[in-house]
Design a protein. Structure first.
Length: 333
């Protein structure tokens, strides 16, 4: 601690008011997004860091926690936290925070947008007009959404919001989840076993977190079960999908198309990925939460999670609430 202030790292661009709120309370050290914090800081500074605000590009693994033992909280500007070794953080008595809830509506809106884009071929028809093909003949037909079945793999907060939006378009909604959702089923949303969801639904939309259990969990087997007319939607994490298997399914007509906001490697390299050359795929640059209102709510929560923990209060969102040192941090400082 220097000048009575705890030292923190900020590895994300902050609005001026939040930057000021941190500087008023803490000794703030900026680190470029994606850099290894323990290598970017001078050793004497690294030894004093108590908290970090970063993104999913900020690697916070076992090596980080071992080399920076004074850290008490790491706060992700994201819902996902696959950049953080939560086990190592918990063992080091570090609170891991994220930003759930505030981006649910934005991601659900985008998911429905991808369903519309792929089902009605909106991007392809935009190109049809721009390329001057309209003057040469009628546009190709697309498909109604009304009456089509949407299968949601995962039924958390975002899945429930996608279901609401899809039903407003007259879609029949089904879901699969580790735990049955009685409240969802009471509204008429149907439950299907995982394989049956892939076999029967016209659209399959993924809403599961990236974990050891879900990594590469959707591959050739799952795509092989889908209808040739079915469309695959992913706004969760790219690595839950075996990407080469998905590309083969799209190339071979095993499935009709895909709407993707996430990829195994981001940013997607259009020169290296076959996805960029496929007319039956809609590609977005991981923008599920990318609205002015949502990003502001996310960064506000991420910053205040860090402030809360370092000032001895429970944060608004903690991934590992079993870390029990709330209210004692000032004394430990």
């Amino acid at each position: 601690m220097q000048n009575g202030k705890q030292a923190v790292v900020v590895s994300v661009n902050l609005p001026a008011d939040l930057q000021g709120a941190l500087q008023e309370r803490f000794e703030v050290h900026p680190v470029a997004p994606g850099e290894r914090i323990e290598k970017a800081l001078a050793p004497d500074v690294a030894a004093r860091i108590r908290g970090v605000v970063g993104t999913v590009r900020t690697p916070l693994d076992q090596a980080f926690f071992q080399s920076m033992p004074a850290v008490r909280v790491v706060s992700n500007f994201a819902v996902g936290y696959d950049n953080i070794d939560v086990k190592a953080a918990t063992a080091a008595n570090v609170v891991v925070c994220n930003t759930p809830g505030v981006l649910d509506a934005a991601v659900a809106d985008l998911t429905l947008g991808l369903i519309l884009c792929t089902g009605r071929n909106l991007v392809g028809l935009d190109r049809f007009v721009r390329d001057g093909r309209w003057a040469k003949g009628a546009a190709p037909l697309s498909y109604d959404l009304m009456g089509k079945s949407l299968g949601l793999l995962g039924m958390g907060r975002i899945g429930r919001m996608v279901a609401e939006r899809a039903r407003a378009f007259g879609m029949k909604v089904f879901y699969h989840n580790r735990n049955r959702q009685a409240a969802a089923e009471a509204t008429g949303i149907g439950y299907l076993e995982r394989d049956e969801l892939f076999r029967t639904c016209d659209f399959v939309s993924v809403h599961v977190p990236l974990t050891d259990a879900t990594r590469n969990s959707i591959g050739a087997r799952e795509f092989g079960m889908m209808k040739p007319s079915a469309i695959f939607i992913n706004t969760s994490r790219g690595a839950v999908v075996d990407e080469p298997a998905m590309i083969e399914a799209l190339k071979n007509g095993t499935i009709a198309g895909a709407g993707l906001d996430v990829f195994v490697k981001e940013p997607l390299d259009p020169a290296a990925s076959a996805l960029a050359g496929m007319d039956n795929v809609t590609l977005l640059p991981h923008v599920g939460s990318a609205t002015h209102e949502t990003r502001r709510a996310m960064i506000d929560l991420a910053v205040h999670n860090l402030i809360d923990v370092l000032e001895g209060a429970r944060p608004g969102a903690a991934v590992n609430p079993e870390v029990d040192h709330y209210g004692t941090l000032k004394e430990r400082a």
